[in-house]
Every structure is written in C-alpha cells, then in structure tokens.
Design a protein around this ligand. Structure first.
Ligand code: ADP
Length: 743
C-alpha cells in the first residue's frame, strides 16, 4: 500500500565510500520527484545530534555536479555521542522539529546498527521529549514511528545480504590499477611484491584482485593458514616459480589476515620471511587510503543511483513500516532485506572465523566466493598437476577468440588454458579467429605462455569478424581433424556465436564439427544472448564514463551541451548505463527509436534548463540509434534551436571504448565463465551426444543454453537479444533526466 510520506532525510555515516554521492543524489531527486520534502544530514550522526545547520533542506540543484565525485559531499563522521541514549534523545528532537520520520542511512554495519537502535527507541525517546516539554503532544503523535532504510556503503564488500556494497567496485579498480603498475616494475627487477589491501574482516578485495592480477599467494581473514606452516608453503611457491623463469611474484595480504592461532600476519612479516628464508628481493606496498579515494567507477555510480531510487520507492510502498530494511543488490536485482538479519549474518561470519570454522565462514560469503577461491588456487600454481596422476586419455581442447577485441578476452583464454592443463588435457590456441581455423594457424598452448595475460587488453590470440560459411567448412574440418580436437571454446562476440551455430548445423555433413562447443560472451556491446553481462562491457562503460567526466570538465564555465556518441551497435546498453552513470539529460537508443518530435521536446527542455540556471547539458547517443538523426545532425539541430542560450559540441568517442586494461569485473567474470566453460567441455567431450551451448551469467547464476536457441532469442536483423534486462532502468534514467520540479 502506498504510504503518504511528507518528509525524509538522508545521511552518510561511518567510513566514506565512492558512490555515496550518487546514492545521496538519487535519494534527494527521487524524493523531490515524488513531491516529498527532503533534508540532508551533514556528517552522519554528528549532524543529527548537533542539529541546526547540520540538517539542511535540499532542492534538485543541491545535489547537482556530485555524481562523479569520490567521498561524500554531505560528510561523514564517527559520533560517540550517538552511542549514548542522551545523544539519540537530542537527535530525535532535531528530527521531529523538522517533521522528519523517514531516514535513509548510507553506511556500514555500525551505522546501520545504530540506525536500527534509533528506530527501536524512537517511541520512548518521543515520550521522554514530550514529558520534558521539548516537543508537543501533537508533534509526538504525528511521528509515531521512525522508518529506516539502509544502503550499504563499504569498500570491503563485507555485508551479508547484498552481493555488492557501495564503493567495493571502485576500490577494486584502484587496487587493480596499482597491481598492474606494480607488476611491471616487479618484473623488471625480478622482485616479489607483498601488497596489503583493505579488508579487516573480509577477503573479497584481496581475493578478487589476486585473481585479476595473476597473484601467487593470498592471505585473507576467511582462510587463516596454519601457524608456523604457511611460511614454508609460500616460500616454496615463490622459489618454484622463480625456477621456471617467471620474473616476478605478487603476494596479496588483506589487512585483517591472521593465522589459525590468531596472530596478525603483517605484510612486513611476509616480506621478512621471503628475504630471510629464500633470499628473495621482496618489497612491501601498503595501498592504504588510495583504495578509498577517487572518482567512483561506472558500476558504483549506476548501482548507487538505482539503490537510492529504490530506497524512496520502498518508503512510499511502506516496506519499512515494521522493521528497518536494507536495499541491496542480489543476483543483479534490487532487493529489500531485513536490516538486522543482514547485520547478524555478517557478524555470524566473524564468529565462525573466531571459532575456527573456516569452511562455514567461506560458505556464508556465498557460492561465488568459494568458486573464486578454488579457481585462484588452480590458476596460481607454478605448474599444472602432473599428467601421470591421470588414468584417462587427455582431451584436445581448442580455444579461440572471435569478433572485435574486448577487454578481458585474454584473461578468459588464460583461465581456459590453465584449467584445461590442470585437468590433464591439451589446449590448442587458434590465431585470428575463424580465419586461423581455416588456415590451420594453431599451436599447442603452455602454462607459462599465458602468465602475463591477466591485465592485457585486446586479444593476444588475435580476433576478427570473419564468419565461416559453406566454402570454409572443409578447411575448418581438416584443421579440427589434424589436431584431433574433442571440444571447442569460442570466446568472443556475435561472430563467434554465429560461427558456432553454422558448424553445429553442419555436424552431420562434417563429423569433425560434432564436438561440444561453448560460446563465451566477450563483447563490449553487451548484445549477446543468454547473459546479463558480456566480458568487456564493464571496461567499455568505465572508459566512456572516464571520457565523459573529462568532457564535462572542459565546459565548467560555459553554457554548453555535449552530444556524446558511444558504441554498442544496435544495443543501447552502453548508452543507457553511461547515461545513468554520468547524469545525462537524455539518452538516445535504437530500442526506443528517435523521432523529430522527441528531438524538438529535448531541445525545448534543454533551453528551459539553461534558462533556469543549468550550466551544462549532456546527451548520449548510441551509434546506431537512428540512421537519419546522426550525432552531427542532432548537434546541428541543438545548436540552431539553442540560439544564444547555449552552444553545442559533439564528441564521438570511437575506439578508445574498446581499449585499455580490463576492469576488475571483466577479469572476474572472464575467469568465472571460462572456468565453468572448461568444466562443461571436459565433462561432455567424448560422450555420445555432443552439445553446443552458450554460457552466461543470468541473475547471478552461470547458465547454459543450447546454441539452437540463438535464432529464437535474437533479433537476427539487428543482432540483439529480444529481451534485455537493463531496459527496466530506462524509467529511472527518465526521473533523473528531468530539470527538476519548478522551484
Ligand atoms: P561503519 O558504519 O562504517 O561500520 P562505524 O562502526 O564506525 O562505521 O559506525 C559509524 C557511527 O555509527 C558511529 O560513530 C556511531 O555514531 C554509530 N554507531 C555504530 N554502532 C552503533 C551502535 N551500536 N549504537 C549506536 N550507534 C552506533
């Protein structure tokens, strides 16, 4: 049932996290959009206790220009007074006097626990205030309950109940950039770097960054090593890799790492062990607050925007009437979770670690955490497990890239090679996609060959957009037969899918094609079937967001509108998501079409916006949104109709979107999907009925679909899935695209 709420407040508390500003902006603007009065409380609970100027009424423009900023513009603080009832009593008075009885708290588990306590005590606090004559009876009666909605702001990703916390993706990005830089200097000097990352109670940042950087060893709170034993294990691992000629090692230590006896494991200690026991030239880098700072990633911006918007929806829908709730992300969907359940589950993990029940602690972190740990332990080995230990004939598995290059392709190939070799099979790499398959450009891949492939953008194997057709099949079959290939993994975009489909259709004519095949989605466009995300799309999105930040900065002082064109072919994913993440006024998608009437409305809106004080306009156009209304056309139209009110610049971002090192998310999904794809191929190869499938991540799960579905689920003319989950977000984008209610 819809609840008539009059007034809400939003605050950030505890440790700051990149993305908090996006959340505050979304809460404020979504509230105003629903005609609800909204306040910001400055400096967390300190602001509640102090009152006065610390609780400020917000309008549409008060949260303008903050989306791209790190930290929190409304400030955060620790507040010991709020831990005492007297502090909360004064706080309650400050809220009641402004008519606030809905509170959105963005913070970690401490802040959320405090908020829940405040809610529980609220009736008794108001009674006491009334008794002391500090508020009137009517005031007390008007606000019988305090509704609390929490958003989890924490770079550690340490709260149960939400798959991602605000700030974690950005922190991972900072770590990933640092590790990429450290790797090159480490390799130049044949050094080992011991890198300490944040995570007092949670090994998420350490584990994900270790996978993404090809690290050799990790020490995390959930998996404390046996005291006195792990040192030997670590030294052996580093010494062995040095013997293979590997020129660097990386050891990642979470700041909360301990051994099973509870002794803290410091990075300095790790370094000393390496130096003293094996004479390694080891250096320590403690990344510290760098991880917390800087501009939020694309994901942190759009997730926080979506969550902030949902917080207001939940308050209006009355979900927080009976208990405090958290709005989080679960399985790629917004979810409302009872707040104290989530906090209790989080503390339960710490108790498990304390009790020595590490398996349970890892399970409580979720299935993908355990999978990641297992995969890391496979990939980090110096050699694969020796083949002598196998009692079966090794399979010959072929791996190739297809379509345009996409960041994360290489780490996916690396994972396939190592997982396959570790299972005792042979891996054959194809150069230059189907072209190489036709020409027989194939080589057997080795463990060491892919060592450095984690951070490299583009495609080391080579890739292109050639789709094989009838005249090519004979040569492809010849190559597959020559190497006696039992299974095929194609990591790429639509060309790869179409090629796999064509081979599958001809499997009776060419028995060599009758092998299990997996198509792994790798395309910056995110236009592939059977998956919510393709490898590379997140990197492209971050490239766009970084570029738009710079473009916007170039126009601070002038009345200027930018028309920015992004890639995606016929798929509007990059356009819509970058629009949400950069605060674009308008996004043009092929999915929605563009009409002259739209353009006329949009230009009118921009003119009005600039007349009311807007200084900058941003419009994002998908490259194929409309054949006639091109980027130069729209820019010219805006320029003409904008008259003296604003000027217009166009920016076609082009290939910078495809380049650069893969983002941590792309490295993570590339690794996860590739591991699962190899497990599938190893299980199916040699069996009677062979399957050709696409693999993908849907609702947080790894799922397979028969390649035959391709023609059913795709719009073949424009090569785009018929259903796209992110289209739901258009509605939210429209709320933020407005100029705001009239003042
Ligand atoms: P985080 O929210 O990042 O976990 P803290 O644990 O430092 O950070 O909490 C931030 C603030 O939240 C504290 O300074 C205090 O004002 C408030 N707070 C935390 N725990 C409680 C509690 N149990 N009762 C009341 N207030 C609390």
């Amino acid at each position: 049932m819809a609840n008539k709420i009059n007034c809400i407040a939003v605050m950030t508390s505890g440790g700051d996290a990149p993305g908090m500003n996006a959340a505050v902006r979304a809460v404020v603007r979504s509230a105003l959009d629903k005609k609800v009065e909204v306040y910001a409380i400055y400096q967390g609970y300190k602001g509640i206790v102090k009152g006065g100027e610390m609780i400020r009424k917000m309008n549409w423009d008060s949260v303008g220009g903050i989306l791209h900023k790190g930290g929190t513009e409304i400030g955060t603080a620790r507040c010991p007074e709020f831990r005492q009832r007297e502090g909360r009593l004064i706080g309650a008075k400050h809220l009641v006097k402004r008519g606030i009885d809905n509170l959105v708290v963005i913070g970690g588990d401490g802040s959320l626990t405090g908020a829940n306590l405040f809610r529980e005590e609220w009736p008794s606090l108001l009674k006491e205030l009334e008794k002391n004559g500090e508020i009137t009876k009517e005031e007390a009666k008007r606000h019988p309950i305090l509704r609390i909605v929490g958003l989890v702001g924490s770079i550690d990703n340490d709260l149960s109940g939400t798959d991602m916390t605000i700030g974690a993706d950005t922190a991972l990005r900072r770590i990933s950039d640092a590790l990429d830089s450290i790797s090159s200097t480490a390799a130049s000097h044949q050094r080992t770097f011991v890198v300490e990352v944040m995570g007092r109670n949670c090994g998420y940042l350490a584990l994900m960054s270790a996978i993404g950087s090809g690290a050799d060893y990790i020490l995390i709170p959930e998996m404390p090593p046996e005291a006195g034993k792990w040192e030997e294990d670590m030294c052996e691992s580093v010494a062995a890799s040095r013997k293979t000629g590997k020129n660097k090692s990386l050891i990642i230590v979470a700041e909360g790492a301990r051994d099973q006896s509870g002794n803290a494991i410091t990075s300095e200690y790790v370094k000393n062990i390496l130096t003293e026991r094996i004479g390694e030239d080891a250096r320590v880098t403690i990344l510290g607050h760098v991880q917390r700072g800087g501009a939020p990633s694309a994901f942190d911006r759009y997730m926080s925007t979506v969550l902030g918007h949902a917080a207001i929806e939940e308050l209006i829908n009355d979900s927080a009437n009976k208990e405090s709730i958290i709005i989080g992300m679960r399985k790629n969907k917004v979810a409302a979770i009872p707040m104290m359940d989530a906090v209790k589950k989080t503390h339960h993990i710490y108790e498990c670690i304390e009790k020595g029940d590490y398996e349970q602690a890892i399970d409580l972190r979720g299935g993908s955490f355990r999978d990641a740990l297992v995969t890391f332990n496979t990939l980090r080995q110096t050699y694969p497990h020796p083949p002598e230990s196998r009692s079966f004939e090794p399979l010959n598995i072929m791996v190739m890239n297809a379509s345009g290059p996409s960041p994360g392709m290489n780490i996916a190939v690396r994972t396939a090679v190592r997982v396959g070799l570790d299972k005792g099979h042979k891996i054959f790499g194809v150069r230059n996609s189907f072209e190489g398959l036709i020409q027989g450009s194939v080589h057997e891949m080795t463990w060491g060959e892919v060592e450095e492939w984690t951070s490299q953008g583009g495609s080391v194997l080579g890739t292109n957009r050639k789709t094989p057709d009838y005249k090519d099949f004979y040569n492809i079959a010849k190559t597959l037969e020559k190497y006696n290939i039992n299974a095929l993994l194609i990591i790429g975009g639509y060309t790869g899918y179409e090629g796999a489909y064509n081979l599958y259709q001809k499997r009776e004519e060419f028995p060599a094609f009758d092998i299990p095949t997996v198509c792994l989605p790798a395309s910056i466009n995110n236009n592939l079937p059977g998956t919510d995300f393709s490898v590379g799309a997140d990197s492209a999105l971050n490239n766009i967001v970084d570029a738009v930040d710079k473009i916007k900065e170039s126009a601070v002082a002038s009345n200027r509108a930018f028309v920015v064109e992004v890639m995606g072919r016929y798929c509007g994913y990059l356009a819509l998501m970058s629009g949400l993440a950069t605060g674009a006024e308008r996004v043009y998608l092929h999915e929605e079409g563009v009409t002259l009437k739209d353009l006329q409305n949009d230009v009118d809106n921009l003119v009005n916006g600039f007349r009311e004080g807007k200084r900058l306009g941003l419009v994002i156009r998908n490259e194929y949104a409309n054949k006639i209304y091109t980027t130069p056309f729209i820019s010219a139209l805006y320029e003409e109709d904008g008259g003296d009110v604003f000027d217009v610049r166009q920016s076609i971002l082009g290939h910078l979107q495809q380049g650069g090192n893969p983002s941590p998310f792309d490295r993570a999904i590339g690794t996860r999907l590739s591991t699962k794809a190899m497990e599938f191929l190893c299980k199916k190869a040699g069996k009677q009925k062979n399957e050709s499938v696409t693999i993908g991540l849907q609702g947080g799960h790894v799922l397979y679909r028969n390649i035959e579905d391709l023609k059913k689920v795709m719009d073949l003319k424009i090569k785009r899935p018929k259903e796209q989950w992110w289209m739901e977000l258009r509605e939210i984008a429209q709320v933020f695209a407005k100029n705001g209610p009239k003042k």
